[in-house]
Design a protein around this ligand. Structure first.
Ligand code: SAH
Length: 341
């Protein structure tokens, strides 16, 4: 029964006001509700400036996305906080709060599970269950901030799931989290990471958002990329790079390419050269990630420092990603995976 109710955290303030008007209420009630939701209300009974009958009517027509904490882990090394959330239907997703000198960022999941099947990724094993709603994604950001007490200034869509496969809800989430009356997180402080869905990248370019698009490249040649990422069998490097170059032209936002270095697989001098060519064509930036080892996987991290040096000599704009929360399984689907086994 519960699932037939509309999930109210997914509504933009304007939509909330319209919904209240439809109920024969004054639109300012919508404003009040949005404020309560932004403060972290989990139930209509908390909204004490609304008349009791209205609270009851709202409870009958709507539900509020308010995940419960299944597990919280705090890194002793760097203060990274990792959450495993229980959603209203019993499914679980992860979020991670990371502390950087330039601001605190929360990494959220966009789907329960993932169907992309990248061989190096911990989210792959459990398969795909469903998309998250915009309100569920917003709740990850909000409750990560409220529970940790760490003020969040940035968001990355790099947790479990492929955000561009959940295009409609992700776009709605971006509008919500960016809303001046809501969490008000600036688009320039938001990154969206994709395995490289070419049509959706083209569609996103048309939205002309100021967010940072991250593209998981992981190999500069089709042969290697197809071994690592099934999506590479659908879209080859040429079409991916072409759409990335267009994305930069249209949005004037530099794409950040992610590259997890795997010894003997994607770390050869020839691959460094091919990679440099791709970055020149797309005006992109390379984010070199030391591979996080996943239990049961034979893949071994490559020497990121050495590879970065080689790339710099080739004129590539490259940074090596810092590892945060290594002591708490903070990377990519690892906590959910542990909980499920
Ligand atoms: N589906 C999206 C976002 C989720 S993954 C995407 O593919 O981009 C976020 C990033 O972590 C991606 O770049 C992904 O390739 C990378 N990643 C996944 N498993 C990893 C691992 N074991 N080590 C290093 N990076 C990994």
């Amino acid at each position: 029964m519960q699932d037939e109710k509309r999930e109210i955290r997914s509504l933009l303030p304007e939509e909330l006001e319209a919904a209240l008007r439809e109920m024969g209420e004054a639109p300012f009630r919508g404003k009040q509700i949005f404020e309560w939701l932004t403060k972290g209300a989990r139930d209509f009974s908390e909204m004490t400036n609304l008349p009791l009958p209205l609270r009851e009517r709202l409870g009958k027509g709507f539900r509020i996305a308010a995940p419960e904490i299944l597990r919280r882990q705090v890194s002793e090394a760097d203060g990274t906080v990792k959450y495993l959330w229980r959603l209203s239907d019993g499914n679980a997703v992860e979020s991670v709060v990371m502390r950087y000198s330039y601001g605190n960022t929360v990494c959220i999941s966009s789907q329960v599970g993932c169907r992309q099947g990248c061989v190096f990724c911990a989210s792959t094993g459990l398969g795909f269950i469903r998309n998250l709603s915009a309100g569920e994604m917003l709740a990850e950001v909000l409750f990560s901030q409220l529970d940790s007490g760490i003020p969040v200034t940035g968001v990355v869509l790099m947790g479990i799931g492929e955000p561009l496969e959940n295009y409609y809800e992700v776009l709605r989430f971006l509008k919500l989290v960016n809303h001046p009356r809501g969490m008000n997180i600036g688009m320039r402080h938001i990154s969206l990471s994709t395995c490289g869905l070419v049509p959706e990248i083209r569609r996103l370019a048309e939205e002309k958002l100021q967010l940072t698009l991250s593209v998981s490249l992981h190999a500069p040649d089709d042969e290697t990329r197809r071994k690592l990422m099934p999506i590479a069998r659908k879209y080859d490097i040429e079409s991916l790079i072409g759409c990335c170059a267009d994305y930069f032209r249209k949005t004037e936002r530099r794409i950040s390419f992610e590259y997890a270095l795997i010894r003997g697989v994607n770390d050869t001098p020839r691959q460094a050269e091919a990679l440099a060519g791709i970055l020149r064509r797309t005006h992109g930036h390379l984010n070199l990630i030391p591979l996080n080892r996943v239990e049961g996987s034979p893949l071994i991290p490559g020497d990121a420092r050495k590879f970065a040096e080689r790339l710099k000599e080739l004129g590539v704009n490259v940074t090596v990603r810092r590892r945060l929360g290594a002591d708490i399984d903070a990377a990519c689907g690892q906590l959910r995976r542990k909980e499920a086994t």
